[in-house]
Structures are given as structure tokens and as C-alpha cells.
Ligand binder design. Structure first.
Ligand code: ADP
Length: 300
């Protein structure tokens, strides 16, 4: 039997016993009956003990929940290390083998050389992205991120993010459209981090759309006291159950047929933390096979 279910009863019995004993002893020692206030004070002690025992029960339940969460985080961290190791090894292996082919075959024709070099560039970018994500997450978690706040035009943020992902858009032959208002109020925020939010959402949309078939649309609207951004795609979608976990660090959705998707599972965790820092809210609406819409708000 758990200790906390026994302890309050024992404490209570002890407290009532000691309170009654003290009433009797005080009467004998003083050789006169105790005043009603004194008796009430002494008899009030069990009530304090009951309150204390409830507090104890609550704290124990909290500790149990925290312990469960820590165990889960520990498991996820182990999984994360194997994911990151895999994510580092895969591009490194291809960079190395392609470099060896180029080194061993100096006469290889120019077109082939160019295509090999293209792969090296892409894989190096993938490596850089992973390292930047891990470092960013660590900086945010340890409170060491240096935020640079200025007046930001969110239409610029969206345009810059589309520009940063243009190569991916071209490679995957995705159609991307953005509906941006002609004029838009400025917000206070860290422009580079907000671009990072948009880049993460756009890259995920591209990643989870079928090649050649992807359509992504970005909407920006101003409400009374906040702006709203929607990034909608026609990709594989996310089940209700998985929608609950994808904003947590290290979480990826594993598919029984395709296995683990590429990435570190940190993209949305970082995205959510950046939105949270700006006092906004992010959520997803999706159904498997029916695409996903990631929407977030930021105060104006
Ligand atoms: P990563 O950095 O590995 O891409 P994220 O945190 O960005 O991880 O995303 C976590 C998981 O959420 C992904 O592995 C994927 O399963 C799911 N996900 C995110 N965006 C989309 C999307 N647009 N469509 C379908 N699934 C998505």
C-alpha cells in the first residue's frame, strides 16, 4: 500500500490523541477547567493536520506526475540521440562517398560532376540545418537565446521565408501561393526568428506533400488585436492523436510503412517556443490524407 494513503490517517489519529491528552493534562496541571478558547485552539489542531495531509497528498501526486514526465523525456532523449546520429550519418556518408567518386574519377563529364556537387551542397545544407536546430533548441531551453526586437512587417517575413525555401520548392515541384494584404500593421518581434517559424512550417509542408503534387497556401490576416497566419498544405495530414504530440520536443510521427521521417523532431518545438515568446498561439488542424493547416496568432 502506498505510504501517502496510510500517513494522513496515522497523522490524524496521532494529532487527535495528542490534542485530547493535552486538554486533560492542562486541566490537571492547572487544577481548573480550561477556557473554551484554549480547548478550541487545541481541538483545532487535527483540522490543521487534515489540511496538511491534503497538501501532502497533492504534492505526492504532483511528484508522481513529474517523475513520469521525466522518465518519458529520458526515453525521448535516448530516441533523439539515435535520430540525430542517424541524421548526421546519412548526409555525411553521401558527402563522403560522392567526394571519393569525384576524387577517384577526375575525367568524369562536367554534367555528372555538377549533379554530384549539387548533392554534396544539398546534404551539407541538411547537416547545417540539423546542427542549427539542435543549437537553437538548446539556447531557447537554457534561456540564452538573444532576441532582437524591432518593428516588423510580417509580409516581409513571409516573402523572406518563401525566398529561403525556394530551392526546396523548386526541387520538390511544389506550388506555393501567398495572400498578403496591400497594407499591414507592424508588430514588435524578432524578425529572423519569425522567418524561422515560417521556414519551418513551409519546409514541413513541402516535406510531407507528395512530390510534384504539393500545393501550399499562405494567408495573412489582421484581426482586432492580433494577426493570424495560416500555412495550408495538401500533404499526408496528421491524425488527432499525433496532433497532440508534434509540438513537443524530439517528437516525430513514425509511419509503419515509411518509418521515421527525416528531421530531428525539433522543428515544431522550436517554432512553438518562438511563437510563445511573442505571446502568440499556434495550433494545427488536419486529417490523415486531407492535408494540414498550421495557424498561429501574434499580438498586434
Ligand atoms: P522535424 O524537425 O523532424 O521536421 P517537426 O517538429 O518539424 O520535426 O515535426 C514533427 C512531426 O510532425 C514530423 O515528423 C511530422 O510527422 C509531423 N508534421 C509536421 N508538419 C507536418 C505537415 N505539414 N504535414 C504532415 N505532418 C507534419
Amino acid at each position: 500500500m502506498p505510504i501517502w494513503s496510510v500517513m494522513p490517517k496515522k497523522l490524524l489519529a496521532g494529532a487527535i490523541g495528542s490534542a485530547s491528552a493535552r486538554v486533560m493534562i492542562s486541566s490537571v496541571v492547572k487544577e481548573e477547567p480550561l477556557g473554551i478558547d484554549e480547548v478550541m485552539d487545541i481541538l483545532d489542531e487535527p483540522r490543521v493536520v487534515i489540511a496538511y495531509s491534503h497538501e501532502l497528498e497533492r504534492a505526492t501526486a504532483e511528484l508522481k506526475a513529474a517523475n513520469k514526465r521525466l522518465k518519458e523525456l529520458d526515453r525521448l532523449k535516448d530516441e533523439f540521440i539515435s535520430t540525430v546520429t542517424h541524421e548526421l550519418r546519412t548526409p555525411l556518408t553521401s558527402v563522403r562517398s560522392i567526394s571519393e567518386i569525384l576524387y577517384d574519377n577526375p575525367d568524369i563529364d562536367a554534367a555528372q560532376q555538377k549533379s554530384f556537387l549539387g548533392i554534396i551542397i544539398k546534404e551539407s545544407e541538411r547537416l547545417t540545418r540539423l546542427i542549427v536546430q539542435v543549437l537553437d533548441f538548446q539556447k531557447i531551453e537554457s534561456g540564452k537565446m538573444e532576441w532582437e526586437i524591432s518593428r516588423v512587417d510580417f509580409r516581409e517575413v513571409i516573402k523572406d521565408a518563401i525566398l529561403s525555401t525556394s530551392r526546396l520548392i523548386q526541387d520538390e515541384k511544389v506550388k506555393i501561393e501567398s495572400n498578403l494584404p496591400d497594407s499591414f500593421p507592424l508588430i514588435d518581434g524578432d524578425k529572423d526568428r519569425l522567418i524561422q517559424v515560417m521556414v519551418n512550417l513551409i519546409s514541413n509542408s513541402i516535406k510531407f506533400c507528395e512530390r510534384d503534387q504539393g500545393v501550399i497556401s499562405i494567408n495573412l490576416t489582421a484581426k482586432s488585436d492580433h494577426l493570424k497566419v495560416d500555412v495550408r498544405d495538401n500533404g499526408i495530414g496528421i491524425s488527432r492523436k499525433n496532433q497532440k504530440i508534434i509540438f513537443q520536443e524530439f517528437q516525430q510521427v513514425k509511419d509503419t510503412s515509411t518509418g521515421r521521417p527525416p528531421g530531428s523532431g525539433l522543428g515544431l518545438a522550436i517554432t512553438k517556443r518562438i511563437v510563445d515568446f511573442h505571446k502568440g498561439k499556434i495550433r494545427v488542424k488536419s486529417r490523415p490524407g486531407k492535408g494540414s493547416t498550421f495557424s498561429f496568432t501574434l499580438p498586434l
